[in-house]
Design a protein around this ligand. Structure first.
Ligand code: HEC
Length: 185
C-alpha cells in the first residue's frame, strides 16, 4: 500500500514521480511553444482528434436535446429553406453542390445534402431535429459553426433544423427552387 513520501522505500518513488511530472510539464510547454502543433487548416489532425471532440459534443447535446414543438408542414419547410439559403448554404451546400467553404475550413463543414459513411446517410437526416436545433442555437466552439441564438428566432431555428432533418426526402418544387435560388458556386 502506498503510504506517504517520508518512508525510506517510497521516498525515491515519490521523487521519481515529481521529476516525471516536472519534465512532462516542461515538455508540454516546449511542444506548444516550439513544436509543430497543427494550427493551420491544411495541417494534419492529431490522432483521434475528430473522434475525441465528437464524443464530447454529442454527450453534451444528448443531455440537453429538446423535442420539436410543432408538426412538420410544407410552410415550415419553405421558411426553413429560405433561412438555410441565406445563413447556412455557403458552408453546408445545397442539393447537388458542395459549399464554397467546404474545403477551406477545419473541421470541414459537413455537406448536409450529401450521402456519407458506409450507410449512405444524407447529411444529418439520421439525427433528431432537437440535436440540430441545439447546434444551430449554440454553435460549436473552436469550429466554424456559429451560434444563431441572437440572429434567428426560436421558431426559425426549429424550421431550419426540421429542413436538414428531412434532407433525405424528396422536397417540393418550391423548396427546391428556394434552395437553388442564389447559387453562386
Ligand atoms: C461559417 C460556416 C458555417 C455556417 C454559416 C453554418 N455552419 Fe453549421 N457547421 C459548420 C462547421 C465547420 C461544422 C462542423 C463542426 C464540427 O465538426 O465540430 C458545422 C456543424 C453543423 C451541424 C452538426 C453536424 C453534425 O454532423 O453533427 C449542423 C446540424 C449544422 N452545422 C447546421 C447548420 C445550420 C442549419 C446553419 C444555418 C442556420 C449552419 N450550420 C451554418 C459551419 C457552418
Amino acid at each position: 500500500m502506498i503510504q506517504n513520501c517520508s518512508g525510506m522505500h517510497y521516498g525515491k518513488v515519490c521523487i521519481g514521480i515529481v521529476i516525471v511530472l516536472i519534465l512532462l510539464t516542461i515538455g508540454g510547454f516546449a511542444y506548444l511553444r516550439f513544436g509543430p502543433v497543427p494550427v493551420a487548416v491544411s495541417d494534419r489532425a492529431f490522432p483521434f482528434e475528430k473522434r475525441i471532440v465528437r464524443i464530447a459534443v454529442r454527450a453534451r447535446i444528448n443531455r440537453q436535446t429538446q423535442n420539436l414543438p410543432f408538426a412538420a408542414s410544407e410552410d415550415l419547410f419553405e421558411s426553413g429553406a429560405t433561412i438555410y439559403q441565406h445563413q447556412c448554404s455557403m458552408c453546408h451546400g445545397i442539393p447537388g453542390h458542395d459549399a464554397p467553404l467546404f474545403k477551406q475550413m477545419f473541421p470541414a463543414p459537413p455537406q448536409l445534402w450529401k450521402k456519407h459513411g458506409a450507410k449512405g446517410v444524407v447529411g444529418v437526416s439520421d439525427d433528431d431535429p432537437g440535436f440540430s436545433y441545439w447546434v444551430v442555437s449554440n454553435g460549436i466552439r473552436l469550429s466554424g459553426m456559429p451560434s444563431f441564438s441572437h440572429t434567428l428566432s426560436d421558431k426559425e431555428r426549429w424550421e431550419v433544423s426540421l429542413l436538414v432533418k428531412n434532407a433525405d426526402k424528396q422536397m417540393s418544387p418550391e423548396v427546391a427552387r428556394i434552395l437553388n435560388s442564389r447559387v453562386v458556386y
